[in-house]
Write a protein that binds this ligand. Structure first.
Ligand code: PHE
Length: 453
């Protein structure tokens, strides 16, 4: 151990365990629920290309940097930034980066849990046969009925938060490893089967064309920001989740290979989800820009009309809830790790505190779909505002700061050592991306959105 490592927290049992947990964090509602609906709202192909470029040029280098920062200190994100800035005599204010991450985690989880609640409600709907032989308008009616009911939403949100808290209370290692090991491949297989179903709808070509043929005239400044923000969101970067997971990573693991694997899996899941959903959208005469309800208004049509759809529908929504759980636990882990390491709390107490705050915050999102749907702040409902603030602003700002810190503040020999690729070509490429490309790209997109560029 070097002087920078004062950790009383756990360690993954292996590289594989980290891959599972980090993939579990990355793959979630972002891939299956959010990616299709924002792609639909932002015109398809061109948006997808910008998103893919952002993953490759901004997301992957920052994910490597974030993992590396966490692993170097083996502490929670706030203390990581304190320790690392002390190490090189840099400004103390860097620890605000950790704080912003903790706050972003609360805010994201507050709405994430509500949407995961929808998915949980759909397990029951699938089970009771609600989708059977239903057409698009009946399926839409089911969805509208659910979100119009604060009581139902509160129930499912509470259930999901309780599940998240009880897993996190037991520690990041137990449970997650086993669940993700089995669930991730199953989810993958399900999606491939759904894509196969999509091929039979008669609108497969149209769906694929929408997803992969770019029409750059559809791209606005705000869609570029959304695509970039989503690259951060889907990889779970910019808020400390990957940093805290990195802090449990054994020293001898290659960060670059691991990160490529995780980002590759994450991207494939999102693309598969898009390939399954858009053909159904077109075949059923639905609107690609239907918004956050998109998957809940399309996939049940498939389940209601295909052979074996009853079982398939149940399994799919169960998987989706588990994918959401393996992400939600990483959203409060930075706060929990900080409380445990600084406030003399055990994991259980830390979970109760952070979980309760998030649970309460979730009411804002719940009501924004019904009793407060008319309430607009900066022209957005509370849910839309939270999503914009976190995914489009806080995560990119957090990622920008991580890039600047890893590229410019941290000593070169330290990053070379941590990444385990001293002076290789891959290191040089990473260094250029993290010092120049990633921060400049984030900065330019922001300038464009505020109208300076
Ligand atoms: N990456 C997760 C998803 O796609 C969401 C997430 C964001 C998790 C940020 C942790 C941190 O669903």
């Amino acid at each position: 151990m070097t002087g920078t490592e004062k950790s009383d927290h756990g360690q993954w049992s292996s590289r594989f365990a980290f891959i599972l947990a980090a993939t579990g964090s990355a793959v979630g509602l972002g891939n299956i629920w959010k990616f299709p609906y924002i792609t639909g709202e932002n015109g398809g192909g061109a948006f997808v290309i910008v998103y893919l470029l952002c993953v490759l040029l901004i997301g992957i280098p920052i994910m490597m940097a974030e993992t590396m920062l966490g692993r170097r200190t083996r502490q929670n994100p706030i203390d990581t930034m304190i320790t690392l800035s002390d190490e090189v005599g840099a400004d103390k204010n860097w620890h605000y980066l950790g704080w912003m991450g903790v706050i972003a985690g609360f805010l994201i989880l507050s709405y994430y849990s509500v949407i995961a609640g929808w998915a949980s409600a759909y397990v029951l709907k699938a089970f009771t046969g609600s989708f059977f032989a239903a057409d698009a308008s009946e399926i839409k009616g089911l969805f509208d009925g659910l979100i119009a009911s604060p009581i139902q939403l509160i129930f499912w949100h509470s259930l999901f938060m309780l599940a998240t808290m009880s897993i996190v209370a037991r520690g990041v290692k137990t449970g997650i490893e086993k669940a993700v090991r089995f669930l991730m491949p199953s989810l993958f297989v399900m999606l491939i089967l759904l894509v196969a179903y999509a091929m039979t709808t008669g609108s497969y070509d149209q769906g694929l064309k929408f997803l992969f043929t770019p029409d750059f005239s559809k791209l606005t400044g705000d869609s570029v920001l959304t695509a970039m923000g989503h690259a951060f969101f889907t990889l779970s970067i910019g808020m400390g989740a990957i940093m805290v997971y990195g802090s449990y990573l054994p020293k001898d693991v290659s960060i670059s290979k691991t990160v490529f694997l995780i980002a590759g899996t994450d991207t494939s899941v999102a693309l598969l989800a898009g390939m399954a959903i858009f053909p159904i959208v077109f075949a059923s005469g639905l609107e690609p820009a239907a918004g956050p309800g998109l998957i809940f208004q399309t996939l049940p049509i498939a389940f209601g009309n295909m052979t074996g759809g009853w079982l398939f529908g149940i399994l799919f929504f169960v998987m989706l809830v588990f994918a959401a759980l393996s992400s939600s636990i990483s959203l409060i882990e930075p706060a929990v790790a900080w409380l445990v390491e600084n406030k003399d709390m055990n994991r259980k107490q830390a979970c109760i505190w952070s979980g309760s705050i998030t649970w309460l915050l979730g009411f804002g999102t719940i009501f924004s779909f019904n009793i407060w749907s008319g309430l607009k702040i900066f022209d957005r409902t509370i849910f839309q505002l939270l999503d914009y603030l976190t995914a489009n602003l806080m995560l990119p700002i957090g990622g920008f700061c991580i890039a600047v810190f890893a590229g410019w503040i941290m000593k070169r020999q330290h990053s070379e050592h941590e990444l385990g690729m001293p002076n290789t070509l891959s290191y040089q490429v990473w260094k250029v991306l993290i010092c120049y490309v990633a921060p400049a790209a984030v900065f330019l997109v922001f300038l464009h959105v505020v109208g300076v560029l």
